[in-house]
Design a protein around this ligand. Structure first.
Ligand SMILES: Cc1cc2nc3c(=O)[nH]c(=O)nc-3n(C[C@H](O)[C@H](O)[C@H](O)COP(=O)(O)OP(=O)(O)OC[C@H]3O[C@@H](n4cnc5c(N)ncnc54)[C@H](O)[C@@H]3O)c2cc1C
Length: 121
């Protein structure tokens, strides 16, 4: 039978897990907000759902010239047909595609309120 001194009770649990500010997302807005909050001395928690993108290491295409890409920066017809939504995103191209999801991995319903057309994928 353990005596009472054997119990590992964290009496500071609430204090350790309480924050002055919680920032959701570490993009440029959230990252900058967190920096400012920390600099003002606030205990700040940043929650990020994305993977850890490491500077330089995770930019595999940054130093490539256009002619070094298989399709010179463009996507194949097959890819465009399979990914009509993400292909229209600003900045999407062969050199940035690795940062984007695929349409089929995130099914969606797209309703056009003007024409009434509905696309389900
Ligand atoms: C390919 C590409 C190239 C670009 N090039 C330029 C450029 O050269 N110059 C320029 O000025 N702008 C550029 N932009 C635009 C610029 O990246 C965006 O305008 C800017 O990142 C928006 O900042 P943000 O903080 O609002 O959002 P984001 O940078 O998108 O940050 C949002 C963060 O929140 C996280 N998040 C979202 N939901 C949750 C959740 N529920 N829980 C936790 N975390 C969450 C996301 O993972 C993400 O990290 C480019 C964009 C793209 C896509």
């Amino acid at each position: 039978m353990p005596d009472s001194t054997d119990f590992q009770i964290n009496n500071k649990g609430i204090q350790q897990n309480s924050y002055d500010a919680i920032v959701i997302g570490s993009g440029i807005s959230g990252g900058w907000a967190a920096k400012e909050l920390c600099e003002q001395g606030l205990k700040t928690l940043v929650l990020e759902r994305g993977r850890n993108v490491e500077h330089k290491k995770d930019y595999p295409t940054a130093t490539k010239a256009p002619w070094e890409f298989t399709h010179r920066g463009r996507m194949t017809k097959e890819f465009l047909q399979e990914n009509p939504l993400i292909s229209k995103a600003a900045g999407f191209a062969e050199d940035t595609a690795h940062f984007f999801i695929k349409d089929k991995d995130h099914p969606y319903i797209q309703e056009n309120l003007l024409t009434g057309s509905v696309v389900t994928r």
